[in-house]
Design a protein around this ligand. Structure first.
Ligand SMILES: [Fe+2]
Ligand SMILES: [Fe+2]
Length: 356
């Protein structure tokens, strides 16, 4: 009951946070018919903590995560838990994972974690699992069934036989537009687990799935893609209301496939270009993605930000606050049956900033 608050006071609290500055954390509100069931959680993703040498790490990526953790700790009311959406490390090393875990340990709320490919492909998730536990799992919280998937797996051939060293494998997967990368997949073992897990859930229970890669096919060349997406979607199809929230793409995306609403969250580290720059996306996700919303990808906090996610009777609305830019809302439109960008911005970009 300590999290009982009305929507007005919640928005007031969110507004006071926004006044500090747009921050790279996602705030999530689950608002149900009974206000006493409302709750919030925070979402932080894609920190890409990068080791240089000794005790030196890339300062900018550190700062993004430190700021997000501080922001989550300032949330009023406090989040019930904090989800980290994957890519904690840049090259999956123990110093990177330790350093990132140390920053996440400063969170007041319980932490839950999704596996990213940058965390995985050096030692196939071994050290990450020591720090954070199982790579896929589910839990129930205040009437919602949450599922966490490891969606960045790939074929055994690619994983075990192709590369002379684990370091080489990690580097190949870490390059965004590297043709040697291999498509991500959830895989049969996890899909079997998911089928069993969902069999216990009534069809009118709202389901929220957290994954690192989108459980849909957006752009294969950059692995904005999950190869067995259709098979995972089929398992989610019997449920009335399903929301997939994912990281990895470092940008705002939204989509609707059947009963499943898809929403991405932003990174604390840096933005990737928006899909108007990769035409293949249009084949798969018309009306999916907002236009490029920033002028300069080398401006260190540009296109990072924070989002409030409102799941109203099982449907997700996201209010995005972008650093140094206009806020926008992507909300589920019941008449159209899919999320729409309620404040679609002009594709005209801000003037270029001077590099420094
Ligand atoms: Fe990432
Ligand atoms: Fe990623």
């Amino acid at each position: 009951m300590s999290n009982h608050y009305d929507r007005r006071s919640f928005l007031k609290a969110a507004g006071s946070v926004a006044a500090i500055g747009a921050l790279p954390v996602t705030m999530v509100e689950l608002a149900f018919a009974k206000p006493t069931e409302n709750f919030t959680f925070a979402y932080i993703s894609d920190a890409h903590i990068q080791h240089i040498r000794g005790t030196k790490f890339v300062n900018n990526w550190d700062r993004g995560l430190i700021r997000a953790v501080a922001e989550a700790n300032l949330m009023t009311p406090p989040p019930d838990f904090v989800m980290f959406g994957g890519d904690l490390a840049q090259l999956g090393t123990q110093p990177e994972l330790d350093h990132g875990a140390g920053m996440l340990a400063k969170l007041n709320a319980p932490l839950k974690v999704v596996m990213g490919e940058h965390d995985y492909y050096l030692d196939l998730g071994e050290y990450w699992s020591k720090l954070f536990g199982p790579q896929y799992y589910s839990f129930d919280h205040k009437g919602v069934h949450f599922v966490v998937l490891n969606s960045i797996l790939t074929t055994d051939e690619w994983t075990f036989n192709r590369w002379p060293t684990p370091e080489q494998r990690m580097l190949e997967m870490a390059g965004l537009d590297n043709p040697n990368g291999s498509p991500f997949m959830v895989g049969e073992k996890q899909r079997d687990w998911l089928a069993k897990d969902l069999a216990k859930v009534t069809k009118d229970t709202p389901v929220v799935v957290f994954s690192h890669s989108p459980i849909q096919k957006i752009y294969k060349g950059w692995n904005f893609w999950t190869d067995d997406a259709e098979q995972v979607q089929a398992l989610l199809k019997p449920f009335d209301k399903v929301n997939v929230i994912y990281g990895h793409v470092h940008q705002i995306q939204y989509n609707q496939i059947g009963n499943i609403s898809f929403n991405s969250v932003m990174a604390t580290a840096w933005p990737w270009p928006y899909p108007q720059s990769y035409a293949q996306a249009e084949q798969y996700l018309p009306k999916l993605t907002i236009p490029m919303n920033r002028a300069d990808p080398f401006f260190e906090r540009d296109a990072t930000g924070w989002q409030m996610v409102n799941v109203n009777t099982g449907r997700v609305d996201l209010a995005y606050n972008l650093y140094n830019n206009k806020p926008r809302v992507v909300g589920f439109d019941p008449k159209l049956g899919h999320p729409v960008d309620k404040d679609l911005q002009s594709v005209a970009l801000e003037p270029n900033r001077t590099h420094y």
